[in-house]
Design a protein around this ligand. Sequence first.
Ligand code: T46
Length: 185
Amino acid sequence: MRIERLAVADALLITPSRLTDSRGFFSETYNAERYAEAGLEQVFVQDNQSVSYQKGVVRGLHCQLPPHAQGKLVRCAHGAIWDVIVDIRHGSPTYGQWVSTELSEENWSQLWVPPGFLHGFCTLTENSEVHYKCTAPYDKAAERTVRWNSAELGITWPISKNDIILSEKDSQAPEFSRSELWFHV
Ligand SMILES: Cc1cn([C@H]2C[C@H](O)[C@@H](COP(=O)(O)OP(=O)(O)O[C@H]3O[C@H](C)C(=O)[C@H](O)[C@H]3O)O2)c(=O)[nH]c1=O
């Protein structure tokens, strides 16, 4: 298993091993003891899976406000996504900064998104299958959305505005507001 730190504080890129043989491969995609040794001691209470049929689907940017903030361990089991997270923890040394990484069936990497981050992704292939473990349950009332192309955040997505496929909710998401949406670290 490989662990890498990213440019925003506390986010991690974890790549578990794949044990291959003539039939295919086997991988422990999560192991509480081994992940705790790597510094990820969170308890996960909900597993999610989303499948996007087309390339160019953007889901996000989303978060849940405290006390329902979710940490997420995100991986792409089939296809590929361009994943992006934004640190909105007031007081964080990387507040307002974003970092992106490709998660794919090929690289098998997982992104640890700490509580207090906006999260979103853009699919790079058809039939992208994303699995993620959450440290808090879904709470619709606590969910907040920020526009994917927020000028305030300046995220450089790998896709043009004309090719993006958005949900109704995400197409109406507001601009990022520094005064409104943050968590106290
Ligand atoms: C997140 C969630 C959604 N739902 C229901 C609500 C809707 O009826 C349906 C689709 O929800 P939504 O359009 O919010 O799904 P995504 O656009 O994939 O949202 C996710 O995408 C970004 C990338 C995230 O990081 C969040 O985990 C999550 O917000 O599933 C549930 O029943 N449970 C849940 O935990």
